[in-house]
Design a protein around this ligand. Structure first.
Ligand code: AHM
Ligand code: MG
Length: 352
């Protein structure tokens, strides 16, 4: 008789904790907690499951290929970019505590309600990062960040309708150190939800059999070092000289290279294994390619909360003062020692 025990689920912990119950219990530790975060994160989890389902049904459903439009970044929108954006807008759009939703795919944020009407949070997100990989079964992801809607007086009385564009009221343009929460969902061989609310980094995996994200690791720590770099080395000739020197040094010192081309997948690997991820200035993107508000900031918060470092042109990413929702930045993040090795070679006065 074959041993069928292997077919039963084996959880990595005796205590099964869902994302929702985890957030609820975290919130309960704060006196006066309103349950707002539970609402927001359950909406994001619902969106993640729905997007993950679409990603997995690619080629069964007609979701691949160009959508035919160019987004605000001047990049071709993929059908799944548009679908993922719509799913997040729908899942979050009816949560009563959300003031503003801002997406990589939309030029202007959507203003849902003023703070006086209960809009306490601004959510910024990249609905499907790594779109150039979507058609090929490679890991892609959703990145999100949550800011408190703090500039109450500036928004009061401005909004007549529930949904309207308000590019002149930039509540959401706060530096990254003010993020209340940040996270990403990786749609890879499994669906992984990584979250920080400023109290360490926790990791959940979607258990398809019960339809819930289940806690698999609390207080993740990035290894202090690992001889791996993640960068699009095809652009090396256009990197500032310091990055070229670093890469030469890495070649001579037994480093390995891993670059998927989906930030979520590349950063997730680095978070678990250690190493350094970077997107330096290039000829086509002299100020860096990645977006500060909904790519670099959330990842920087996660990496710092896990004990790593996250810099842009030698400065802490989380200290950057944003001026535009879609502004770009250079990125250098990862294991503390590996970021230091890069910094030993790159002098930011030379970069400018
Ligand atoms: P996207 O938001 O349009 O998908 O672009 C962001 C992606 C990141 O996931 C990835 O790190 C980077 O672009 C890859 O860029 P490149 O192809 O220039 O290496
Ligand atoms: Mg992106």
């Amino acid at each position: 008789m074959p041993d069928l025990d292997i077919l039963r689920p084996h959880y990595t912990s005796d205590n099964l904790t869902s994302l929702q119950s985890h957030i609820l219990s975290e919130e309960q530790q704060h006196p006066g907690a309103t349950g707002d975060f539970t609402w927001i994160l359950s909406a994001i989890a619902l969106a993640a499951k729905t997007i993950g389902n679409k990603v997995r049904r690619a080629r069964i459903e007609d979701v691949l290929g160009d959508h035919g439009d160019i987004n605000v970044q001047g990049e071709k929108q993929q059908k799944l970019d548009v679908i993922a954006n719509e799913i997040i807008m729908r899942c979050l759009g009816d949560r009563a505590n959300i003031a503003i939703l801002a997406s990589e795919e939309d030029e202007h944020p959507v203003v849902l309600r003023d703070r006086a009407e209960g809009g306490r949070y601004c959510i910024l997100f990249d609905p499907l990062d790594g779109s150039s990989n979507i058609d090929f079964g490679v890991g892609v992801g959703t990145i999100f960040t949550v800011f408190r809607n703090e500039r109450r007086n500036e928004s009061r009385g401005l909004f007549e309708n529930d949904r309207r564009q308000a590019h002149d009221v930039p509540h959401y343009l706060q530096p990254g150190f003010r993020q209340a929460a940040a996270g990403y969902i990786l749609y890879g061989s499994s669906t992984i939800f990584v979250l920080t609310t400023g109290n360490g980094v926790d990791m959940f995996v979607l258990d398809q059999s019960i339809g819930s994200f289940v806690l698999v690791e609390r207080h993740l720590k990035i290894p202090k070092s690992n001889k791996t770099y993640s960068v699009n080395e095809a652009y090396v000739d256009t990197f500032p000289e310091g990055y070229q020197k670093y890469l030469n040094w890495a070649h001579q010192n037994g480093y390995s290279s891993r670059y998927i081309g989906s930030m979520v997948a590349d950063v997730h690997r680095m978070l678990l294994k250690g190493g350094v991820f970077m997107y330096p200035p290039t000829k086509t993107h002299p100020g860096g390619k990645l977006r500060l508000m909904y790519e670099a900031n959330p990842m920087a918060m996660i990496i710092e909360q896990a004990g790593g470092k996250a810099l842009a042109d030698g400065q802490r990413i989380l200290d950057k003062r944003p001026t535009d929702l879609h502004e770009r930045t250079t990125v250098l993040m990862g294991s503390a020692e590996e970021v230091d090795h890069v910094m030993e070679h790159v002098h930011f006065d030379d970069v400018k």
